[in-house]
Design a protein around this ligand. Structure first.
Ligand SMILES: Nc1ncnc2c1ncn2[C@@H]1O[C@H](COP(=O)(O)OP(=O)(O)O)[C@@H](O)[C@H]1O
Ligand SMILES: [Mg+2]
Length: 362
């Protein structure tokens, strides 16, 4: 392929996830900012029940879900066959094959951020933006992430995890352990979710029982963490073997903690860039974020979130996000904008890192 040929990129959105709606807003930003001179963009939507379509309508009909009934969708899917290396579109006239140079999954949470799409791309030998199969799967699972970070000695909240059916059988034993090791308040979370879905802050024993049952609606694997009373800050990481860290940003949640409403519905939640931190603490956060990124096998990008403990100023790693929010107001693109990399350049670099990773072998 000549160096000035346009590259075919499938930008995937939606998906079978509790964050389906957020994905539709994130992808709108990506589609509005991707360099159309350089890339032929194939908008690929996955419905909540898992149907795949090539969407050939207006970008503006994605955010509200109108794309699904636009009449401009054609059944299509990325196939695992490495020789086909692309997407099959079921046109009325017959199957059309679109070879792909890269896939950009702009999906959050399960069935998109968790290694599933990444694994499909690995089978098909198609470069995929962001982390690969293993690191995506590990980073989405809070029990696995916390275990790897503990092994790496990176400071984080004390935690324990169990399966919901085990909790129902050994409730008193687990509740005693939570009280002995973590205390109240504590956070109960589904291991695999996102956008604060299924998470509760608990102040007493009875709350924990309800919270576990609530979290179990999202994942049978449950994580409980001690509460960190801290300043909520985030740093964006970009790159493969030599990743760079952005400036550190801060979240001022409108609620007591950063729940779903505070994230997406409450205009009173604010982002502060740069965060209100000393330069030493910011440097430490950037260093720990890169250490975690490497330890978790990340590539392409991740946003790494911390709680800076108020009692002693210690940055406690809260979680990595391998497909962070990408909306117009999201922290990841804003942090790189503040670090001198605009949205179009950022998307271009992300696709470049995906191609580089595929060329070097995963
Ligand atoms: N251990 C903790 N201590 C204090 N606050 C927490 C803790 N864990 C989570 N939170 C609060 O809950 C929010 C969502 O939790 P998080 O683990 O980031 O889940 P998600 O993957 O859904 O974003 C955080 O942004 C923070 O406000
Ligand atoms: Mg979070």
């Amino acid at each position: 392929m000549s160096s000035n040929a346009k590259l075919n990129v499938a930008v995937i959105f939606g998906g079978q996830s509790s964050e389906h709606e957020v994905s539709r807003v994130s992808v709108t930003m990506v589609l509005n900012n991707i360099d159309r001179e350089k890339y032929n963009v194939y908008m690929t939507g996955i419905t909540k029940d898992g149907k795949w379509y090539l969407y050939e309508g207006e970008v503006g009909r994605i955010a509200d879900g109108g794309w699904e009934t636009s009449g401009q969708t054609t059944q299509a899917f990325i196939v695992p066959d490495a020789a086909l290396h692309g997407m099959v579109v079921m046109r009325e006239s017959g199957a059309e094959i679109i070879p792909l140079d890269a896939v950009f999954p702009v999906m959050h949470g399960r069935n998109g951020e968790d290694g599933t799409i990444q694994g499909l791309c690995e089978l098909a030998h198609i470069p995929c933006v962001g982390c690969g199969l293993t690191s995506s799967a590990v980073c989405l699972d809070k029990a696995l992430t916390n275990t790897v970070l503990e092994y790496a000695g990176i400071p984080q909240a004390k935690f324990l995890w169990f399966y919901a059916p085990y909790f129902e059988k050994h409730m008193d034993e687990i509740l005693d352990q939570i009280e002995d090791e973590l205390g109240y308040p504590c956070f109960v979370k589904p291991a695999n979710a996102g956008s604060s879905v299924g998470i509760s802050k608990c102040d007493r024993r009875g709350d924990v029982i309800d919270a576990v049952r609530f979290a179990a609606g999202h994942d049978r694997k449950i994580v409980v963490e001690e509460n960190i009373n801290g300043q909520e800050v985030e740093v964006a990481i970009l790159g493969n073997d030599e990743p760079i860290a952005s400036v550190v940003g801060e979240i001022i949640p409108a609620a007591e903690w950063y729940d779903y409403d505070a994230k997406y519905n409450d205009e009173a939640s604010k982002l502060l860039i740069p965060a209100n931190l000393s330069s030493e603490t910011s440097e430490l956060i950037r260093k720990r974020a890169i250490q975690a990124y490497k330890m978790l096998g990340c590539s392409g990008m991740a946003r790494v979130d911390f709680l800076v403990r108020r009692s002693d100023g210690q940055p406690m790693l809260n979680e990595p996000n391998t497909l962070p929010g990408f909306t117009e107001i999201s922290m990841y693109p804003k942090l790189f904008e503040a670090s001198g990399i605009g949205k179009t350049e950022l998307i271009d670099k992300l696709i470049g890192f995906a191609i580089e990773r595929a060329e070097n072998g995963k």
